[in-house]
Design a protein around this ligand. Structure first.
Ligand SMILES: Nc1ncnc2c1ncn2[C@@H]1O[C@H](COP(=O)(O)OP(=O)(O)OP(=O)(O)O)[C@@H](O)[C@H]1O
Ligand SMILES: [Mg+2]
Length: 339
């Protein structure tokens, strides 16, 4: 049995560096990562990255184990490895553990925290500013006080909404793997959601039209979550597509659909507003993504509504489709499997 054969049995890229500072053996995944067979090379020439070279130097000199980060860039994909170097006889054994997923997850977490902080900072800055003004310059100005309190109320509402949506998202992440089991009638769910929505429609001078079949349309679903889907989609249609004057919500049973692998139902929310550019459609379900950042924020959006919709649809094993044409309007379709 040769050292290379032992290394080949390891599930990680690995190399053995001899006391003579030359690479005594490598395994196939190490060769694939480096791109060539470096057996016999001086390790400095084979590895080229100061942190790893230093770690090997230390192990060869002192026998104490060392760790370092190693960047691999294979096939256009940036990969980050944790390089572990340990003494093996009078040689040093280098193994590389792929840490890319952990790095990506870490970055997502940092981005998420940065986004949340940013979203909270804006209303907080406004609140602090107004409190300051009310204590000082506007202390005896009744009109200003009323106006400022109005704005402060709105900003507080924005923060409440953000926190509610974040909590909804984290609850959803917990339940996403469990597909709902109870049968629900989508006609009832849409009718229930329509009550609160009609007020929003009236305030925005948008005609809300619900085109529902008479017969029940049943799917296996979570009724509160599906109501949330309707609310978020129709609210968006009113807020961003309201210039078209009307929003149509339809519900159809589907007898066979490839995307659902069988029977199901389709809910569509159709508006006649400005529409969304093609390149932005794919990003709409990202957390905190807004098309027109300033305008969306003005109408109260935090960019979480569609991320929530996406999670709920995923939990139901359904599909979310967004079609839009600039100037003509947007159609969002939710396909849900019957069971
Ligand atoms: N029907 C639509 N027409 C045009 N743009 C839309 C439509 N629906 C969504 N958008 C765009 O997509 C963005 C993301 O929507 P989403 O519902 O996720 O967030 P939001 O409405 O900004 O905030 P939230 O729903 O969390 O209050 C919106 O900011 C808006 O720019
Ligand atoms: Mg929204």
């Amino acid at each position: 049995m040769t050292p290379a054969e032992v290394l080949d049995a390891l599930p990680l890229p690995a190399a053995l560096i001899g006391a003579d500072q030359r690479i005594a053996a490598i395994n196939a995944s190490f060769a694939a990562l480096i791109g060539t067979d470096t057996t016999g090379w001086h390790y400095v020439k084979a590895l080229r990255q100061p942190a790893v070279i230093e770690a090997i130097e230390q192990v060869l000199a002192t026998g104490k184990p060392a760790k370092a980060s190693y960047q691999g860039g294979s096939l256009g994909r940036e990969t980050t490895f944790e390089a572990h170097v340990k003494q093996a006889g009078d040689a040093a054994l280098l193994t590389l553990i792929d840490h890319t997923d952990a790095e990506v997850a870490g970055k997502m977490r940092r981005d998420f925290v940065a986004n949340v902080s940013h979203e909270l900072r804006t209303p907080l800055t406004a609140l602090t500013g107004f409190i300051e003004t009310l204590r000082g310059a506007a202390r005896n100005d009744e009109d200003a006080r009323d106006r400022f309190l109005g704005i402060m109320g709105q900003e507080a509402e924005r923060m409440t909404r953000l926190v509610d949506e974040l909590m909804a998202l984290s609850r959803l992440e917990e339940t996403e793997r469990r597909k709902p089991a109870t049968l629900v009638n989508l006609c009832d769910i849409i009718t229930a959601a329509s009550q609160g929505l009609s007020i929003i429609g009236q305030n925005a001078a948008v005609d809300l039209i619900f085109d529902l079949p008479d017969a029940p349309v049943t799917v296996a679903g979570d009724s509160a979550q599906l109501q949330q889907v309707i609310m978020n989609l129709v609210e968006n249609a009113i807020k961003y597509g309201g210039s078209g004057g009307r929003v149509i919500v339809t519900l159809h049973p589907i007898s066979a659909l490839k995307a659902l692998r069988g029977k199901g139902a389709a809910i569509t929310v159709h508006d006649f507003g400005d529409g969304i550019a093609d390149h932005q459609i794919a990003r709409l379900t990202e957390r905190f993504y807004r098309v027109d950042n300033h305008r969306s924020r003005e109408v109260g959006g935090t960019g979480l509504g569609l991320a929530i919709v996406k999670h709920i649809v995923n939990r139901h094993r359904g599909r979310l489709q967004i079609a839009s044409a600039l100037g003509a309007g947007t159609t969002v379709t939710v396909l849900l499997p019957a069971d």
